[in-house]
Design a protein around this ligand. Structure first.
Ligand code: DLL
Length: 433
């Protein structure tokens, strides 16, 4: 089967635009009832009736990540809590996560639907055995890939991430045909397979779906060659739905955005004005069908390029280029979003530490490592013999609980990090992607 939903995926652009406009008006009307949007609309002098054509979307004020912090936890939910059936979360810019909620309809007819389209566009069918090594839990990766696999009737093996030897054993014993995980974990699995002397010709892997972190064409070729599979790029973010916002088809000439559900725009991150198709800018999405947590003009901070020409696969959805960077300082470490400001807020909470810090990120044996260096206060430094071990443990535990990943912690003498007049250089990223 070529398409999961031929009608929607190959619909004439003009026809889809009519549908998008109808849906846009409906979502704007629903949002207008929420305190958050009421206030935002008023400040911007925007009224739902201003949406007369699809181009009028640019009149709607943007939504940004800190809006989710300010309305934490459920302030942007658009239905009563009794209709929310699932919650997911991802890192915010401080200690609290950002939280999103889904109705049953969101899970069944939006998330599973767009994930089913993505699997199908990569040639995955009900006959496949999908080993899902994305993290399950509050992270959207695990359950997003899970629901999509069930929707197309494939067999899903929910291994989640980690325990690599066991992953490899199951892959061989179950005859896994599709692997879903972060691209760096795919390479780590390949390393482990080499170490264990796995006979690759006996594996049945044929397709891989990789995303949740930046990767490159070079990494794609390496993964394909080493794991003997066809590797596809999957893009998404918690605020919009999770994975399933855009995915590559077999043509691999950009990722199709399922824009009957998620309308895409590209803006200049400085001027906030739209850029022309084919020009690089920041992706902005509006969800037009989601009920639980609809979001208008969400600034993703992800940089990409929009292509509007029809793809030779027959899909009329626009395509975006592989994500080429960020317009903010967010890092992806082991697939987890990390903001330098989270580290600052942790340091500020611990007596004896100063908010002067540096993060050193590296990739060793295809696994990301993170070292956090924080300066001690003068008093703490003077008493370091008696308190340093305890202070380091406190910082390490708190970082683990806020970031959800382990960091190596180094405490420094006061004033050891360079002070800068402008933007401090907080991050040294040594990874070669
Ligand atoms: O990472 C959703 C996801 C899960 C996508 C599994 C694909 C596969 P968040 O944790 O909210 O959600 O992180 C979203 O990750 O804004 C991008 O910066 C980055 N990202 C996601 N997919 C890609 C990709 C999930 N294919 C943030 N290439 C996004 C590059 C990606 N970066």
């Amino acid at each position: 089967m070529l398409y999961w939903n031929k009608k929607m995926e190959t619909m004439k652009v003009k026809e889809r635009e009519k549908l998008q406009l109808k849906r846009l008006k409906s979502v704007v009307a629903r949002c207008a009832k929420l305190d958050f949007y009421k206030k935002r609309f008023k400040e911007a002098g925007f009224k739902p009736a201003d949406i007369k054509t699809l181009r009028d979307i640019t009149k709607i004020p943007f939504t940004v990540k800190t809006d989710l912090r300010d309305t934490y936890p459920f302030g942007m939910f658009a239905v009563p809590m009794k209709d929310i059936v699932e919650i997911h979360a991802s890192s915010g810019t401080t200690g609290k996560p950002i939280v999103v909620g889904y109705t049953k309809n969101d899970l069944e007819n939006v998330w599973s639907e767009t994930m089913a389209r993505a699997y199908t566009s990569a040639g995955v069918t009900a006959k496949d055995i999908v080993q899902n090594a994305y993290g399950y839990g509050l992270f959207t990766g695990g359950l997003g890939f899970h629901y999509g696999a069930i929707k197309i009737g494939a067999t899903v093996v929910p291994t989640a991430t980690g325990n690599t030897e066991r992953q490899i054993m199951l892959m061989q014993d179950f005859g896994t045909t599709v692997l879903c995980c972060t691209p760096s974990y795919a390479l780590y699995i390949a390393d482990e397979m080499n170490r264990l002397g796995v006979d690759f010709s006996k594996l049945k892997l044929r397709v891989g779906f990789f995303g949740a972190e930046p990767w490159s064409e070079k990494m794609r070729l390496e993964i394909q060659e080493r794991l003997h599979l066809n590797a596809f790029d999957m893009y998404g973010l918690t605020e919009i739905i999770g994975p399933g916002v855009a995915a590559e088809c077999e043509e691999k000439s950009g990722l199709h955005v399922y824009d009957d559900h998620y309308i895409v725009e590209v803006i200049d991150p400085e001027t906030l004005e739209p850029v022309a198709p084919g020009e690089k800018g920041e992706l902005v999405f509006t969800t037009v069908t989601k009920e639980g947590f609809p979001v208008l003009r969400y600034r993703t901070r992800d940089l990409s390029v929009l292509y509007t020409e029809k793809c030779s696969c027959g899909r009329t959805h626009p395509r975006i280029a592989r994500i080429s960077g960020r317009s903010d300082d967010m890092l992806k470490i082991r697939g987890v979003n990390v903001f330098p400001s989270q580290i600052e807020s942790v340091a500020l909470e611990i007596a004896g530490l100063e908010p002067y810090y540096q993060i050193i990120v590296d990739r060793r044996d295809n696994l990301d490592t993170m070292e956090v260096q924080v300066e001690m206060s003068k008093e703490a430094y003077a008493n370091r013999d008696s308190i340093e071990t305890e202070l380091r443990k406190k910082l390490s535990d708190k970082l683990q609980s806020v970031l959800q990943i382990k960091a190596d912690v180094t405490l420094l003498a006061p004033n050891s990090l360079p002070r800068s007049e402008g933007k401090a250089k907080r991050v040294i990223d040594k990874r070669k992607i």
